[in-house]
Design a protein around this ligand. Structure first.
Ligand SMILES: [Zn+2]
Length: 205
């Protein structure tokens, strides 16, 4: 049976790396997929992982009908066996419904990868809809770590290294540049609640 699978985790837990691995394994078996992404760190139309791998992808813009896109691909003679969707938290709930329809009406597996909650610990709309609709949810096992060594379960947004709790839900920044103006850092819940990032912890000592 085809499935809608949601691979969830914090930032920096290896989601995009796994997405690329799944893509590699299937294409090595002669299968062809469509890769969707939104706001990847490498730019529009790219799926990149922190380990340095990059592949071409289709940028799933806010108004794009993902079901319609796949149907059009098939109609113009392309072979589509499965979908990979990275940064799925940024999709609208309607777009997640379209992915479920791809599974049910077109009989394809859809592998969606995303962050569950934002920097305020609230569910992203795309992730909420995936939790509601997915056949299966996989919490990624490559666990990111807080600066204290505990398992990182929450995403913090930082401004010059200090954690912020207000602002737009989506601001593209990078976990590797926490000192940049807007950055992100993964923390355990305890340190997320105390707003203690690695740089504020270092300062406190
Ligand atoms: Zn911690």
């Amino acid at each position: 049976m085809p499935e809608l699978v949601f691979f969830s985790g914090t930032m920096d837990c290896g989601k995009s790396t796994l997405a690329l691995q799944i893509e590699h394994n299937r294409s090595a078996r002669g299968l062809q997929g469509v890769i969707f992404t939104r706001d990847d760190r490498a730019g529009a139309g790219k799926l990149s992982s922190r380990l340095g791998l990059v592949t071409e992808a289709v940028e799933a813009g806010p108004d794009m009908d993902l079901f319609g896109y796949v149907v059009a691909e098939i109609e113009r003679g392309c072979k589509v066996d499965y979908l990979i969707v990275d940064e799925a938290q940024f999709l609208s709930s309607e777009q997640i419904d379209q992915l479920a329809r791809v599974v049910d009406d077109l009989g394809m597996d859809v592998y969606a990868f995303g962050i569950t909650t934002d920097f305020r610990t609230k569910l992203f709309p795309g992730s909420q809809r995936l939790i509601e609709l997915a056949d299966r949810i996989e919490a990624l096992q490559v666990e990111a770590m807080c600066w204290c060594g505990a398992r990182a379960t929450h995403n913090a947004r930082t401004l010059g290294g200090e954690m912020v709790v207000e602002g737009e839900q989506v601001v593209v920044g990078d976990v590797n540049r926490p000192a940049a103006e807007v950055g992100y850092e993964v923390l355990c819940r305890r340190h997320h609640r105390r707003r203690m990032t690695s740089s504020s912890a270092a300062f406190a000592h």
